[in-house]
Design a protein around this ligand. Structure first.
Ligand code: PLP
Length: 403
């Protein structure tokens, strides 16, 4: 009966995160794998959700005020003028907004550029729509975009370029020059850009988040997706959005209505409060995550990891395995779970370039199995418990006795 599965379903395989997370659960490992906080969400936002439920706002709902707030926010942050009545689709998280954006624009055979490494869901969505993911390598150790690689990957069939900045898994914030190169490619080849800006408020060391939509000629061809999830520590609330030219936003809304009908009503109400949070909220979010970033870097360097790239945004550290470690990323994480009681994500799940293909065959692919992604969006207590557990495994030379 397995033959009854659709082509798209057969192409989707479970990620290394899912498989290792069963082992991690059995071992009661501390979770530095998944990208969500283990500390409370802000009280003012939770109170707003409780109050919405108590007011019986429990039915299908479209909260237009979210669109109004977003119009103000993108004007202030990026200088974009949007019409809140036509240019916003509220969805169930960025995940649904992105999937609907793909289904609204990608036909079978259309090529979609994805940077490599990248967040895993893009590839799955493009494949489900019958699109063809084309991967453009970011060069380690700083995950630099070489514009000539991007230009070489564009063809007559390229429909869209997907950009996630600040970036999961590396913590990279694309530079202005890189963004200019992507914008130039989109405009000259007349293709769309679909951006994932869920970490827009989580940047470090005075790095500024610039939206690709703000470059000349880009607003009319960009679908900007984001959500409440990361900025307000509410990944389970499932409120996100797509901002796009009216005809695309309308198509996304139509898909959203068919797939999920509406985002959770009480949490849409609470979004009104969240989006009005004062500047101090965003400042303290950045400050707190920056100190967690610095803590985990120090900790991992102490146990022998090579950190050549300091995250500039998001809350992930993509750490290279110690030089003398001959284990692969998956083998290392298995040992980390079994012997240290800590779980992180093997980096290979974020890489998609097929090095057997002609184009990529000259590149050295060994690095794809040498990175581990650590999520540091965790409480101080969790991070210090990790430090304690790893500390117990240090040998006389001060290295992790795991390999
Ligand atoms: C880059 C990126 N985009 C999107 C998401 C999911 O966002 P949402 O909860 O809004 O669906 C994540 C979650 O880890 C992410 O890392």
């Amino acid at each position: 009966m397995e033959g009854k599965l659709s082509y798209a379903a057969k192409k989707l395989t479970s990620s290394p995160i899912q498989e290792l997370s069963h082992l991690a659960q059995r071992c009661n490992a501390i979770n530095l794998a998944e990208g969500f906080p283990d500390f409370p969400a802000p009280l003012h936002i939770k109170n707003a959700a409780v109050s919405a439920i108590n007011s019986d706002l429990n039915q299908y709902r479209h909260v237009q005020g979210i669109c109004e707030h977003l119009a103000n926010i993108v004007k202030e942050m990026h200088g974009l003028e949007i019409d809140p009545l036509t240019d916003v689709a509220i969805c169930c998280g960025q995940t649904e907004a992105f999937a609907a954006a793909i289904f609204a624009t990608i036909d079978p055979g259309d090529e979609v550029i994805l940077f490599d490494p990248s967040y895993e869901t893009y590839q799955g969505c493009v494949t489900m729509a019958g699109g063809v993911p084309i991967h453009v390598l970011l060069d380690p150790p700083h995950w630099t975009l070489d514009p000539s690689k991007l230009l070489k990957s564009l063809t007559e069939r390229t429909k869209a370029i997907v950009l996630n900045s600040p970036h999961n898994p590396t913590g990279k914030v694309f530079t202005k020059d890189e963004l200019e190169a992507i914008a130039g490619a989109c405009c000259s080849r007349n293709c769309l850009a679909i951006t994932d800006e869920v970490y827009e408020h989580i940047t470090y060391d005075n790095q500024e988040h610039i939206s690709l939509a703000s470059f000349p000629g880009m607003q009319e061809r960009t679908i900007l997706t984001s959500s409440l999830s990361k900025t307000f520590c509410v990944t389970g609330w499932r409120v996100g959005w797509a901002i796009a030219p009216a005809f695309i936003a309308s198509a996304i809304r139509n898909i959203h209505v068919i797939v999920t009908d509406s985002a959770p009503a009480p949490f849409q109400e609470a979004a009104l409060t969240a989006l009005r949070s004062p500047p101090e909220y965003f400042e303290s979010l950045r400050r707190d995550y920056q100190s967690k970033r610095d803590y985990i870097i120090k900790l991992l360097v102490r146990v022998g990891f090579k950190i050549q790239f300091i995250p500039q945004g998001s809350f992930f550290l993509f750490a290279e395995l110690p030089e003398n470690c001959s284990l692969s990323d998956v083998e290392f994480v298995k040992k980390l779970i079994l012997e240290a009681g800590v779980v992180a994500v093997p980096g290979q799940g974020f890489f998609h370039t097929d090095f057997s293909s002609n184009e990529a065959s000259n590149a050295n692919c060994n690095y794809q199995k040498r990175y581990i992604r650590f999520a540091f969006c965790k409480s101080e207590a969790t991070l210090s418990a990790v430090s304690e557990r790893l500390g117990k495994l240090l040998d006389a030379a001060g290295h992790l006795a795991l390999y």
